[in-house]
Design a protein around this ligand. Structure first.
Ligand code: UN1
Length: 513
């Protein structure tokens, strides 16, 4: 098979055959079993990464805790300078890192580069933010008094991320956490451990060049048990977790039990409403990229199209037509639109979902199935499917991390479509395609979409980093990335200062001695 420059990419990223999946200070190690990472692209072994034992973990926490003391004392703009340097390293290494993401996770090379671009963008955002961690000055009701609000560094932030964005989600969290003065312990996905090693190598280099402790950025590696070390650890005031609703329910509960904060980024069940005035030139690429991009493994992937009955046939035919042009194959080959699913378990889940949809009465418009033969040896390549379904089907109510798109009809007003769009347990991303101003504004109003993300005339996936990213209901309620999402990485302190010679009490209370 053609190498597509993978060996060279791994070399540039400092990845060897066997890698340390644990980091502390200047000393990287990991005494647990080795995880072998196989590429879903060609089934080949990429590298081995050691897992983190409990003893390893405690050493990491010592390093992260002591680094916090140094880091929080550094002026925020100087911390921003570290993030600026990290962003520049990412610019230099965009090609090899993007390739590794594509090879280990299976997303198209374009999307692999896009993911690294998101990292660069959030670094730029964080650098600016490092001079804007502003509190407020609040008028006091008492003479000779002033009130102030300050934002202080929080501590060690635990980050648990998923396989589908194996590098960007970490960066959304760390870039902000670092300018806020926090140190980070990251458990990446055990399905993409090499990506985490590559990221750690990059930041470790930057920290070393600046004579800063590596404890500012730590990785740990392993399954849910290593995640449990983080969620139960009272030394970690904030846990940011991205993944399934099932995982988030456990993480949220465990962290809340010890009064920690959690930032949860969980499942989506994202829909596009297609109204009678929708422009097909926008609808078709928006819906198709949303449904099949990253092989349907984004939390923002389009799962449902809610189409007005008057344009249903036209839209259905256009989408089905577009699916005929999709090419499935090695994602490093830029002529392919779609790469593989992450692993064979994902393939089985995909197949089971199609069967379930059929059993519930779904009508298959574009057949799914697993691809076989040359180029598909890994067994992870599947055909994107389209199924006409009803919103109440059990399978439609669930998020299946695969390229399965459900089509459904609405009649009458846009309110009916909004009811269907909101009629699921998840609340991440949503979109409406319309040229009617009133419909668009209704969709964006309090009575419209109940999701954290609501778009007009673009699809559900591919959010920019400048906005706060996250969703409601079973999506977990967290917001990360842009806007004022940084505030969760800091602790707020309210100060009242008396510069008078008297001590008047608030609320006019008299207390004469
Ligand atoms: C995810 O799938 O976990 O909006 C994140 C998007 C990307 C991020 C997705 N910027 O699709």
């Amino acid at each position: 098979a053609t190498d597509f420059g993978i060996k060279e990419a791994l070399q540039k990223l400092g990845v060897s055959d066997i890698n340390h999946g644990t980091s502390t200070g200047s000393n990287n190690f990991g005494n647990g079993d080795l995880i072998e990472s196989y590429s879903p692209v060609d089934g080949q072994l990429i590298a081995k990464v050691s897992t983190t034992t409990r003893e390893d973990y405690d050493k990491v926490m010592d390093a992260a805790t002591s680094a916090f003391k140094t880091f929080r004392a550094m002026p925020a703009p100087q911390r921003g300078e570290i993030v600026r340097q990290f962003g520049n390293k990412l610019r230099e290494l965009k090609e090899p890192l993007g390739k590794l993401v594509s090879y280990e996770m299976g997303k198209s090379l374009q999307e692999g580069y896009g993911e690294v671009q998101e990292m660069i963008d959030i670094c730029d955002f964080a650098v600016g933010l490092s001079r804007q961690l502003n509190g407020q000055v609040i008028p006091s009701e008492r003479p000779g008094h002033v009130m102030r609000e300050q934002w202080h560094s929080l501590g060690v932030v635990g980050i648990i991320s998923a396989f589908n964005f194996p590098v960007a989600v970490w960066a959304w969290n760390t870039a902000l956490a670092w300018v806020c003065g926090d140190t980070c312990v990251w458990k990446g996905s055990e399905k993409a451990p090499v990506c985490a090693v590559a990221c750690q190598n990059i930041i470790a280099g930057v920290l070393k060049e600046n004579n800063l402790p590596e404890g500012i950025s730590c990785i740990v590696n392993g399954d849910y048990k290593v995640g449990e070390y983080i969620t139960t650890d009272t030394r970690i005031p904030l846990v940011s977790a991205t993944g399934s609703t099932r995982m988030g329910r456990i993480v949220g509960k465990t962290v809340a039990e010890r009064f920690g904060k959690s930032l949860l980024e969980l499942g989506g069940n994202n829909a596009i409403i297609i109204t009678p005035t929708a422009d097909l030139k926008v609808v078709v690429p928006g819906a198709v990229f949303g449904a099949v991009g990253t092989c349907g493994q984004r939390c923002t992937s389009t799962r449902r199209l809610i189409i007005h009955e008057s344009v249903y046939d036209k839209v259905r035919d256009a989408i089905v037509g577009a699916y005929k042009q999709l090419t499935i194959g090695n994602p490093l080959d830029e002529s392919n639109h779609i790469g593989p699913l992450i692993d064979k378990d994902a393939v089985n889940t995909y197949l089971a979902a199609i069967e379930k949809a059929k059993a519930e009465g779904g009508n298959v418009l574009v057949e799914g199935g697993v691809l076989e033969g040359e180029g598909y040896e890994s067994g992870c390549y599947v055909k994107p499917a389209i199924i006409e379904a009803e919103n109440h089907f059990e399978i439609v109510q669930h998020e299946t991390f695969a390229p399965i798109l459900y089509l459904m009809k609405y009649s009458g007003d846009v309110e009916n479509a909004i009811d269907m769009q909101n009629g699921v347990a998840q609340g991440l991303s949503s979109a409406i395609m319309t040229n009617e101003m009133k419909e668009a504004e209704k969709f964006l109003s309090f009575a419209g979409s109940d999701c954290g993300i609501a778009n007009v005339n673009i699809g559900t996936s591919g959010a920019e980093i400048g906005g706060a990213f996250g969703g409601e209901k079973e999506t977990g309620g967290g917001r990360e990335s842009g806007s004022d999402a940084w505030k969760i990485y800091m602790r707020r302190q309210t100060n009242t200062i008396n510069y008078s010679d008297e001590l008047p009490l608030a609320q006019g209370i008299k207390f004469d001695l």
